[in-house]
Design a protein around this ligand. Structure first.
Ligand code: AMP
Length: 542
């Protein structure tokens, strides 16, 4: 049939072009690694990203080569992001809190050709660089510094590189399904797995999270993504910010409550986003500093369950609406956001509060279901009561992991999230449990399998299990349950010490509990659920 709409691929470069053209003078505030502040705007960010795209082009990289960033949320990182994805390369954001062996694994698995890092991470990069055979260029996200050269003679400096480049660069019209960024997630067992986002999925996700019933972002806002750019692309906010033309406050390395309260008050932040642990620190600091957080209209809490008391405190003491959201690395991340519907405003305040505690409902573009089994196709009732395996499909949901041939879906094409949940008739999601044995501590994953493998390597330990115990500050912390070998005199301190040179300090279990018998099920499997029930609140009781 004749007559149609024009076709334009959905590209990340469109976002930065739009922000440059229509929101050029909108402020981007950035805290540098040394604590100093930089004030820039979308126009300057766009120009520098084109300069850096010229730098990357001069390296002779090929389409879809991977460029890694190990950096805080700051303006140079934002410029590099748009330059990398915009020019058809893949921006691989890396979590610097990982143990050096894990970083080496991830960088080599991704075949990163360039590693861009904040000065804070210089010692880390220097210590691992000999193990990274594919990396051709290391770039320090800073101005020239002779002290850096001393420990790392071959390093290049971002400011020096872009200073000599033109801000003229024509963004290539790549295919919208081309991969644009890469983020690794902790595997339930074994090594971390890469999740690739595409230009198309990123742009569609940006539309969805900006909607009023979603994270509600607009050109009226000044948003503070406390969630790091290496945690699922700061939940997509740097892309959505360019789309809606809002102002950004990028907090750099200082994520403590006092620093955040000061940023919110000084730069009149209207909407901030982060994991529950961040908000606990912020509420304490606001109280101690006597701040009323006057400008803050909304805050988005996700990555772990938001305690109801937190929602109440923000609302009653600070007139701030807390938006509880659910998502994961494999889902870009937003899969559900808690916003009420018109009919709910007829309910009592208390009933409305109850509704706000759940993880919310899916925005257009994703669909949720609960299923009887992980691989199962039998959909369970949406009655708010029946719990099952939470599964998702949609425009920004994973199909297969990076470098893996097989798809990651159920036979009928849904992604199983590993969460156990209920859905009600309106699609409101309540996360009840997790089927995978991972521990999420302050927004960071710890693999129970990895901790178990280490402990079992101790000659005086017979069998072990690591569970996620609830924790007042970090949401969850690992607790090791161990059965000693006969006649062993080993102590809790011995085991904790045994971990000290094998994993990062923050991953070491908080507690060791010795038992005489481990609960074993009919199929010979260790019953972790029983251990979770018995010892899951041991850290709270303490
Ligand atoms: P990640 O891939 O690191 O983003 O982690 C995703 C997982 O975090 C989900 O599968 C959930 O287990 C958990 N999670 C994320 N958001 C929430 C939330 N609002 N409430 C409870 N658990 C959450």
């Amino acid at each position: 049939m004749h007559g149609n709409m024009m076709f334009q691929p959905l590209l990340i470069s469109n976002l930065i072009e739009h922000a440059e053209m229509y929101h050029g003078d909108t402020a981007i505030i950035s805290k540098n690694t040394d604590g100093s502040m930089t004030q820039t705007n979308w126009s300057k960010i766009a120009k520098n990203s084109k300069r850096f795209a010229n730098v990357l082009q001069s390296f002779g990289l090929s389409l879809s080569d991977r460029v890694a960033t190990i950096a805080w949320n700051n303006h140079r990182h934002l410029e590099a992001w748009y330059a990398i994805s915009g020019s058809g390369l893949i921006c691989h954001t890396i979590n610097p809190r990982l143990f050096p062996e894990q970083l080496i694994y991830i960088i080599n698995d991704a075949h990163d050709k360039v590693v861009i890092f904040d000065k804070t991470f210089l010692p880390l990069i220097v210590s691992i660089k000999a193990s990274l055979p594919h990396v051709e260029h290391f770039i320090c996200l800073d101005h020239y510094d002779a002290a850096v050269i001393e420990s790392f003679p071959e390093v290049k400096f971002y400011d020096e590189l872009i200073a000599t480049q033109s801000d003229h660069y024509v963004w290539p019209q790549v295919e919208e399904n081309l991969a644009s960024s890469l983020c690794y997630t902790s595997g339930t067992t074994g090594n971390p797995k890469g999740v690739l986002y595409s230009h198309r999925s990123t742009v569609l996700h940006s539309y969805a999270i900006s909607l009023p019933d979603s994270l509600n972002l607009s050109a009226h806002d000044t948003i503070l993504p406390v969630v790091p750019m290496f945690h699922v692309n700061a939940w997509g906010t740097p892309y959505a910010a360019a789309m809606v033309g809002c102002s950004l406050v990028l907090p750099g390395p200082m994520l403590d409550g006092v620093s955040l309260v000061n940023l919110i008050d000084q730069y009149k932040v209207t909407n901030a986003l982060g994991v529950p642990t961040i908000w606990q620190g912020l509420l304490t600091a606001a109280h101690d500093l006597g701040s009323r957080l006057v400008s803050l209209k909304r805050n988005v809490v996700g990555g772990a369950a938001c305690p109801p008391s937190m929602i109440t405190t923000f609302r009653e003491l600070y007139q701030c609406e807390t938006i509880h959201a659910w998502g994961m690395t494999e889902t870009s991340p937003v899969g559900a956001v808690n916003q009420l519907k018109a009919k709910h405003f007829e309910l009592s305040e208390a009933e409305q509060f109850n509704l706000r505690f759940s993880q919310g409902r899916p925005p257009f573009g994703v669909t949720l279901r609960i299923s009887d089994e992980e691989q199962g196709m039998k959909e369970l009732q949406r009655d708010g009561q029946t719990a099952g395996h939470l599964q998702i499909k949609g425009h920004w949901i994973i199909d297969s992991y990076f470098g893996k041939n097989e798809n990651a879906l159920t036979v009928d094409g849904w992604f199983d999230t590993g969460d156990i949940a209920t859905l009600d008739e309106d699609g409101y999601l309540s996360i009840r449990d997790r089927s995978k044995d991972l521990i999420k501590s302050g927004g960071e994953w710890i693999s129970s399998v990895e901790l178990e493998n280490i402990a079992i390597g101790h000659p005086e330990i017979d069998s072990v299990a690591v569970i996620a115990a609830r924790h007042a500050k970090w949401d969850e912390r690992p607790v090791l349950i161990a059965k000693k070998s006969v006649a062993s005199q080993i102590t809790e301190a011995d085991i904790l010490n045994y971990y000290s040179d094998k994993i990062a300090k923050w991953q070491i279990p908080d507690k060791v509990i010795f038992v005489d018998v481990m609960p074993i099920g009919g199929t010979g499997k260790l019953l972790k659920k029983d251990l979770r029930e018995k010892f899951g609140s041991v850290l709270l009781d303490a």
